[in-house]
Write a protein that binds this ligand. Structure first.
Ligand code: HAM
Length: 447
């Protein structure tokens, strides 16, 4: 087939009716859960000052280094299509003076993000995220609650749990994949303990640099923690022997992490300690987590949800020192899992009545009649573009309508309308102004 002259930009796509059902469903579940846990919705602009992201997410990250859609305005400012919403929400928290509201401030969002990535399974250049952020609360109970919220949303969307036992402070071992949701969790420490751990890591990898993949050699200079995240076969044995952050947490981070795990145990949320989980954004402190679907496809497309604490970000972006944490989920990836599982939705209620018309006057009167039916909440289907009665009746038959109303030229002049019972073929003529009431009676609609 010849390609049309214009196509959606690479890695971007139209969301048609079939997928709108999924988006709507996810939105409704998020909204209900957000209300339950006391989160207020926030919308931020699609564009933000470029520096918000370079400072907030970190210059050495892939997102800032390679994936931003940046433009220069006519006024000479640099703006970037948001690659994520945490930095924008922090900007809004500071700018709107939310620091002086009673804390914690809990916000949620739902909207498109943009990253210039190589399009592949689960990776788009325009994708949708929903997320939850909590400001002004340092207790580890919030870390556990955020994970619980995402887990609840995925369960509500009929994604299934993964059954394996909860392990405390043990090295993650690979579980046999029977599918289901896995929560990976780790702590990457804070400004007290991470610099020392980074040094240890760099010296460990430097002595093995020649056997690392080219990407990891680059990471060693730019962002050594990210080596732990490498998926290359040849780096795995080296990674496995690397020092682990959990063994080098300072007392405060250690206590915080232990308590997060205890809270997760308390609410019986199964998790998997993953010492290699470091996340691709620089703002995290202490807890980090990801949730993914444990199938080959699920692992390939990447995490459904990612998040963690970012206690230093509000201050870094110009606000008061404010502990915070949150997470975000990717709509496309969640919907892919839902589709893979054959999760379906009830179809919208079918029309109860079909309105067929013949001639100009009848067409005009039919338009008015449609509105009368709408006011009484009776679903009406029509085919106003068709002039042949046969074609209109065929359409009514095709969509399985019980009653067709026929407004011909004669009826339009007389102020009447024909009600045709499609199953028996019986017809009766009623006054036009009575037809809505008559249909309510026939359809047994109680007011
Ligand atoms: P992130 O891990 O970069 O974290 O993105 C969160 C989720 O967005 C991912 O788990 C994935 O489902 C989805 N996602 C990311 N990139 C793409 C893509 N190119 N195509 C499709 N889906 C994608 C953040 O964005 C942080 N702001 C999360 C956070 C909130 N941390 C604390 N609060």
């Amino acid at each position: 087939m010849k390609k049309p002259k214009f196509q959606a930009p690479t890695g971007m796509y139209d969301i048609l009716a079939e997928d709108q059902k999924y988006f709507q469903r996810v939105y409704n579940v998020c909204e209900n859960i957000a209300n339950f846990y006391g989160f207020k919705k926030i919308e931020t602009p699609i564009l933000e000052e470029t520096e918000l992201f370079s400072k907030g997410i970190g210059l050495a990250t892939d997102i800032v280094g390679k994936q931003m859609f940046t433009l220069r305005t006519k006024g000479g400012d640099y703006l970037t299509l948001r690659p994520e919403l945490t930095a924008p929400v922090v900007r809004a928290y500071i700018e709107q003076g939310m620091g002086s509201l009673p804390q914690p401030v809990k916000l949620w969002y739902f909207g498109p993000c943009f990253r210039y990535e190589k399009p592949q399974l689960g990776r788009f250049r325009q994708f949708w995220q929903f997320g939850f952020e909590v400001f002004g609360e340092e207790s580890p109970v919030i870390d556990a609650q955020i994970i619980r919220i995402f887990y609840n949303i995925l369960r509500e969307l009929k994604l299934t749990p993964h059954y394996f036992s909860t392990r405390k402070f043990t090295q993650a071992s690979s579980t046999k994949s029977g599918g289901g949701l896995i929560v990976d969790i780790n702590s990457i420490g804070d400004s007290q303990c991470r610099p020392y751990y980074k040094k240890l890591l760099v010296s460990y990898f430097r002595s093995r640099e020649t056997v690392l993949c080219p990407d990891c050699r680059r990471r060693l200079r730019e962002n050594p923690l990210r080596i732990l995240d490498c998926k290359e076969e040849k780096c795995q044995p080296i990674k496995a022997q690397a020092p682990q952050m959990l063994d080098h947490l300072c007392e405060e981070c250690h206590k915080h992490f232990r308590e997060v795990l205890e809270f997760l145990d308390e609410i019986e949320l199964p998790y998997h300690l993953n010492p290699y989980l470091v996340r691709g954004l620089d703002y995290y402190t202490k807890t980090v987590f990801e949730i993914f679907e444990d199938t080959e496809e699920g692992r390939k497309q990447g995490a459904l949800v990612g998040g963690g604490r970012y206690d230093a970000l509000v201050k870094l972006l110009g606000g008061k020192d404010t502990p915070a944490g949150g997470g975000a989920a990717g709509l496309e990836r969640i919907i892919a899992v839902m589709k893979g599982k054959g999760i379906k939705f009830p179809e919208p209620a079918p029309a109860q009545v079909f309105l067929a018309q013949l001639g100009d006057l009848a067409k005009r009167k039919s338009l008015r009649l449609m509105e009368d039916f709408r006011k009484q909440k009776i679903l009406v289907s029509e085919s106003f573009g068709r002039d042949s009665l046969k074609a209109q009746l065929a359409r009514a038959n095709k969509i399985g309508i019980k009653y067709t109303l026929i407004l011909g030229q004669k009826e339009a002049l007389e102020g009447t309308i024909i009600i045709k019972d499609m199953a028996s073929g019986r017809q009766e003529t009623v006054k036009l102004e009575k037809v809505v009431k008559e249909m309510e009676r026939k359809l047994k609609i109680k007011k």
